[in-house]
Design a protein around this ligand. Structure first.
Ligand code: SF4
Length: 384
């Protein structure tokens, strides 16, 4: 893991991005923004799932005009996503939005400057959101674009597209800086994972601004999960990125969940348990999949950094279970239970879930965080 790239701090409402603070996970509503109850409901669900900032689409002035009402109902900072019409951005700022995303590919210089000047007066940050699907004119020649469209991609084509995205972002930051505006976050999203990675790598040492990571239009699951994980993950490993938003053709709550999974797998988020379990094979004599699913459900609301290992047999079981805080290495008749590297007893197969959750509860008590495991554990006992 490389050292984090140092960026300047940008504040969105009360949430800080950049300057080495923990990576911020963002979400996005998929409701019709003008449907206030549905939009407020989804923002609350996203916040509960862990979204620290929520982006909402404002396709019209009418949609921007309901922003104030939505803001009254939610706590999380909101970002207005604006394309084409800068007046929508001006209205969103009047309505109290916390950040505005503009796309230099579809907003002219005059519009961008109007937005920046109003944002400067109001102390609102802007995200310059460059997207490979709506790249600013003049940064890519048509020949290359045609090759991109026909999907004959080579490393060279990708780098050319990435460079064009970077140039567009840098041109816009220069424009804003000329106006004395520096409250900026940059994103450079392409639907192609490698192009996205090249773009962020290229810009990372050319600008002091925080970088918002994401691969755009990744498609349905599992393709979307894989593309987002590889794109965002590869950049984070290089120390690049200050905030992330996963994009899936699917549930917005899954996007948040996946964002935290990416961070946790790179040790950038430590406030929930990690579950280690083997894939099972012909040696496994217990219903490991069901055990893992029940334990996963039972620890859903636990908020301490525990490592729990559930392994199918004696081949890798004892080694993994020993390295975990709590672990079970299954045998023909049940399992051997480990706590902090030591064997603490044997357990029958039907008791593995209950015993593991009791152990999690004990460790949660020791760490002072009971969370909600007690309730979940009781529900599972009742089911027995
Ligand atoms: S730990 Fe045992 S059961 Fe699990 S995959 Fe490895 S050999 Fe198979």
């Amino acid at each position: 893991m490389e050292r984090r790239r140092l960026s300047q701090e940008v504040k969105v409402g009360e949430v800080k991005i950049g300057a080495g603070v923990p990576i911020v996970v963002q979400g996005m509503t998929k409701t019709d923004t003008e449907d206030i109850p549905a939009t407020v409901g989804q923002i609350r669900e996203l916040t509960q799932a862990g979204a620290q900032i929520v982006r909402i689409a404002l396709p019209t002035i009418r949609a921007a005009k309901v922003l104030y009402q939505i803001k009254q109902e939610v706590e999380v900072p909101l970002v207005a996503d604006i394309h084409f019409n800068y007046r929508i951005a001006l209205e969103a700022m009047e309505q109290g939005v916390d950040k505005v995303r503009i796309n230099p590919g579809n907003m002219g210089k005059r519009g961008i400057l109007s937005v920046a000047n109003r944002a400067k007066d109001k102390g609102i940050p802007l995200r310059i959101g460059v997207n490979s699907g709506s790249l600013e004119k003049g940064f890519l020649d048509d020949d290359l674009l045609n090759r991109e469209v026909s999907r004959i991609k080579t490393q060279n084509h990708r780098q050319i597209m990435a460079d064009a995205m970077v140039q567009s972002a840098l041109r816009t930051t220069a424009l804003l800086e000329k106006e004395g505006f520096r409250d900026i976050v940059i994103s450079l999203k392409a639907a192609d994972v490698l192009t996205t990675i090249f773009a962020y790598q290229t810009i990372s040492d050319k600008t002091p601004y925080p970088l918002h990571l994401g691969v755009t239009a990744t498609g349905p699951c599992p393709q979307g999960i894989i593309k987002s994980s590889i794109g965002i993950g590869a950049l984070l490993v290089q120390g690049i990125g200050d905030t992330i938003r996963v994009s899936l053709t699917g549930s917005p709550l899954e996007e948040i969940k996946l964002g935290y999974e990416i961070l946790q797998s790179l040790d950038l988020f430590k406030e929930k348990p990690i579950l280690i379990s083997c894939p099972t094979c012909g040696r496994c004599q217990v219903d490991l999949e069901s055990i893992v699913q029940e334990v996963q459900l039972g620890i859903e609301k636990v908020k301490i950094p525990l490592m729990i290992a559930i392994m199918g047999c004696e081949v890798n079981g004892p080694g993994e279970a020993k390295q975990a805080d709590i672990g079970v290495a299954c045998t023909r008749k049940g399992g051997v239970l480990f706590r902090k590297g030591k064997i603490v007893g044997k357990v029958e197969e039907q008791d593995i879930v209950k015993v593991l959750l009791e152990e999690v509860e004990k460790l949660s008590c020791e760490s002072g965080d009971l969370s909600e495991i007690r309730d979940t554990n009781n529900e599972i006992r009742d089911d027995d």
